[in-house]
Design a protein around this ligand. Structure first.
Ligand code: FES
Length: 174
């Protein structure tokens, strides 16, 4: 066993500490002059605004189909009947998702019993009450969320953006 005297220990330890102290101002100065890192792949896309339906026409737990942001992107909007994360409207319960499965793009369907989206191809399940979260199956990504806005003046629900990448695309806007 190697024994180190108290004097040697303090000398070496003090040297390391001094080096660290000397290094701190250098790092701080570098951080102050380095520009904010860019978030790679994050771009604000010019999504269209699309009116979908008036909120009063929605029935709880009954999906409404629409296409967004273009005619080749099927989606479903649902009034869940109770506030949910990301929900909009007077009850904060209206959400919408792309209905293309994130595994291989099969169209998912809504099952009103367990209140989930199910994929018939490889049985992935997604939870619309929890931001489209993948619950089980082959998919590894949540369903892309359609960002909605509610206009209390005319009771309209509009799609304004997509969060998450629609299956099969390199960009949500073609
Ligand atoms: Fe949906 Fe495979 S395409 S689970």
């Amino acid at each position: 066993m190697i024994s180190i005297s108290r004097r040697v220990f303090l000398k070496v330890g003090g040297g390391i500490a001094a080096g660290a102290v000397i290094g701190v101002p250098h790092l701080t100065q570098a951080a102050a002059t380095t520009p904010e890192p860019q978030v790679i792949g994050r771009v604000n896309l010019p999504y269209p605004m699309k009116a979908i339906i008036n909120a009063q026409k929605l029935q709880v737990n009954t999906p409404v189909s629409f296409f967004y942001p273009d005619a080749s992107s099927p989606c479903a909007l649902i009034k869940m009947g109770a506030p949910v994360p990301g929900g909009i409207g007077p009850e904060r319960d209206i959400v919408a998702y792309s209905t293309l499965c994130t595994h291989m793009g099969c169209p998912v369907t809504y099952d009103a019993g367990p209140r989930v989206f199910k994929c018939p191809c490889h049985f992935s399940i997604f939870d619309p009450e929890n931001t489209g979260q993948m619950v089980s199956g082959q998919a590894t990504e949540n369903l892309p969320s359609i960002v909605l806005e509610y206009n209390s003046n005319d009771d309209s629900v509009r799609a304004v953006a997509v969060e998450g990448l629609i299956y099969g695309r390199q960009s949500n806007l073609l």
